[in-house]
Design a protein around this ligand. Structure first.
Ligand code: AMP
Length: 452
C-alpha cells in the first residue's frame, strides 16, 4: 500500500503553496508598516524552554508536545540510560517561546533600547486529535514586541491583525474580536484563589481534568469544552472584579485606543488563553459562522514575565499568532477559490526532432530574459504540444520546423487573438525583452506581437 502523509498533516500543493506565500507576504507588508522585522528560529528547541515558558500544566505542554530525539539518544534511553537536559528536544508547539529565547540569547533588547519588534511565519506542531481546522502540523504567522509595556503596543498589535484579515480577504463583519485583561502577578493570585474556592464548592459538577486543573491552574477550567464544566464556570468570579488599579488603567487605555481606531470588540471576562504566560491584555479573533468549533483564527496577548522565566532580564512583551489553515477555511467558507497557476509567457513547439536543440535554446533565452517559458520534454506530436501549451495557459506559442530553421525564422502565435506572424531568430531576444516590459499590460502585449 502506498504510504500517506501522517495523520493531522497536509501537503500544500502548488496552488495552495502560492497562496501561503502570498499570505506571508501580505503579513510582512502590513506588519512591516508597524516596524516588525522578520526572524526565524529553529523548529525544535530544548523541551525545558516550553516547559518553563508555556507552563507545565497547559494542555500544549502536558499532552501535545512532539519530542524530537536523535538516534544516539534514543538508543541510550532504550538501554535505560538517562540523557542530558539539553538533549531533550521538542518540536515547537508555538512561536513565542523560541522568539523570546532568541531575543535573550542575542541580547536584542539591550537596556534602554527601543523595543524589538519581530515577526515569524512557519509550521508549529501539536499532538492534538485531528479534525477540520485542527492539525498536528499547522502554519502560523505571528509577531512579538519585546521591551515596552505601554498599551499602545497592545492596541497597535490588535489593529494591525484586524487590518491583515481585511487585506487577505476575511471581512471584518464575519469576525468577532474578544478582549480581556488577565491582571498581573499582584492582582491575579487573589482572583485565582477565588476561582479555586468556587471550583471546590462545585467539585461534584466538574470533570476530572478540571478537578486536576483546580489544583495546578484553576483558570484553565474556563477553556474546558465539556458542557457541565462550561455551565459551572459561567457562574465563576470575574477577573474584572479583581484587577488592580494599574491593570485596570492599562486595560482601559487599550480599549480606548481600539475605540479611537474604530475597532469593535467584545469584552469577555472568561477569555483565558490556553498558555500560562499571559498577563494583562489577552484577545482572540473568531470567525462568526461556517467554521464549527475550531473558529479561532488568531489570538495573543501580553506576557510581561515570560522573559524572566526563560532566564532573561525583566522585559515586557506582547504578541499574537494567527493560524494560516483556519484563515484559509474562513476564506473558502466565504467563497474564495485558490488562484491558479500564472500563465506561461512562451511555449516553443517543435515540428520534428531536428529542431529540438534550437527550441531548447530559445526557451532558455526566454527564461534568461525573465519570462516563463516551456517546451515539450516527451516527444509529443505537434498537436499535443499545442494542447500542452493550452493547458499551461501560454500567451505565445512559437512554432519551429525545419523550413523555418532553414530560413532563420520562427512562427509566433498569439494564443488570445490567434494572430500569427513570422519573426527572425536574430530578432527574438529584443522581442522577448519588449514582451517582458509589456507583460503587465495584456493589451500592449497583444499589440506588440500582432503588429506587422
Ligand atoms: P494559539 O497558539 O493556540 O493561540 O493559536 C493561535 C492560532 O493558531 C489559533 O487561533 C488557530 O488559528 C491556530 N491553531 C492553533 N492550533 C491549531 C491546530 N492544531 N491546527 C490548526 N490551527 C491551529
Amino acid at each position: 500500500m502506498a504510504l500517506r502523509a501522517p495523520e493531522g498533516t497536509r501537503d500544500l500543493l502548488p496552488d495552495e503553496q502560492r497562496f501561503w506565500t502570498h499570505f506571508k507576504q501580505t503579513a510582512a507588508d502590513i506588519f512591516g508598516r508597524y516596524g516588525y522585522q522578520p526572524i526565524e528560529t529553529p523548529l525544535f528547541e530544548q523541551t525545558d524552554l516550553f516547559v518553563r515558558g508555556i507552563g507545565e500544566a497547559t494542555d500544549v505542554v502536558s499532552k501535545e508536545m512532539f519530542s524530537a530525539i536523535s538516534g544516539e539518544n534514543l538508543k541510550r534511553l532504550l538501554a535505560g540510560e538517562s540523557i542530558k537536559a539539553k538533549s531533550r528536544l521538542s518540536l515547537r508547539p508555538e512561536g513565542t517561546a523560541g522568539v523570546v529565547r532568541a531575543v535573550v540569547q542575542n541580547d536584542l533588547v539591550p537596556q534602554g533600547a527601543a523595543p524589538a519588534k519581530l515577526m515569524y511565519a512557519g509550521p508549529m506542531f501539536r499532538a492534538e486529535r485531528p479534525q477540520k481546522g485542527r492539525q498536528r502540523q499547522f502554519n502560523q504567522v505571528g509577531i512579538e514586541c519585546l521591551g515596552a509595556d505601554e498599551p499602545t503596543v497592545d492596541a497597535e498589535g490588535i489593529i494591525m491583525l484586524m487590518r491583515f484579515y481585511e487585506a487577505i480577504g476575511i471581512p471584518v463583519d464575519r469576525t468577532r474580536l474578544l478582549v480581556n485583561s488577565m491582571g498581573c502577578e499582584k492582582c491575579r493570585p487573589a482572583y485565582r484563589d477565588a476561582v479555586k474556592a468556587y471550583m471546590d464548592e462545585h467539585a461534584d459538577e466538574l470533570c476530572e481534568d478540571c478537578l486536576r486543573r483546580s489544583e495546578i491552574n484553576p483558570l484553565r477550567a474556563f477553556d474546558c469544552k465539556k458542557e457541565g464544566c462550561a455551565a459551572v464556570m459561567e457562574g465563576a468570579p470575574k477577573i474584572s472584579d479583581y484587577l488592580c488599579d494599574d491593570c485596570r488603567a492599562h486595560y482601559d487605555a487599550v480599549k480606548r485606543l481600539l475605540d479611537l481606531a474604530g475597532i469593535s470588540y467584545i469584552e469577555d471576562s472568561r477569555l483565558v488563553r490556553g498558555l500560562d504566560y499571559y498577563t494583562r491584555t489577552v484577545f482572540e479573533v473568531q470567525v462568526v459562522e461556517g467554521m464549527g468549533s475550531q473558529n479561532a483564527i488568531g489570538g495573543g496577548g501580553r506576557y510581561d514575565k515570560l522573559t524572566e522565566e526563560v532566564g532573561g532580564r525583566p522585559t515586557p512583551g506582547f504578541g499574537f499568532a494567527l493560524g494560516y489553515e483556519r484563515c484559509l477555511l474562513a476564506l473558502q467558507a466565504a467563497g474564495m477559490e485558490l488562484p491558479g497557476r500564472p500563465p506561461c509567457d512562451i511555449f516553443v513547439a517543435s515540428v520534428d526532432d531536428s529542431v529540438r536543440e534550437v527550441s531548447f535554446r530559445i526557451v532558455q533565452a526566454a527564461r534568461d530574459v525573465g519570462l516563463t517559458a516551456e517546451l515539450d520534454h516527451q516527444h509529443r506530436s505537434l498537436k499535443s504540444q499545442f494542447k500542452l501549451a493550452d493547458k499551461l495557459n501560454a500567451v505565445l506559442v512559437m512554432v519551429l520546423g525545419p523550413d523555418e530553421l532553414a530560413s532563420g525564422v520562427v512562427k509566433v502565435r498569439n494564443m488570445q487573438t490567434h494572430h500569427e506572424r513570422t519573426v527572425e531568430l536574430k530578432a527574438l531576444r529584443s522581442l522577448m525583452e519588449r514582451f517582458l516590459g509589456a507583460r503587465c499590460d495584456a493589451a500592449a502585449t497583444g499589440q506588440l506581437f500582432d503588429q506587422k
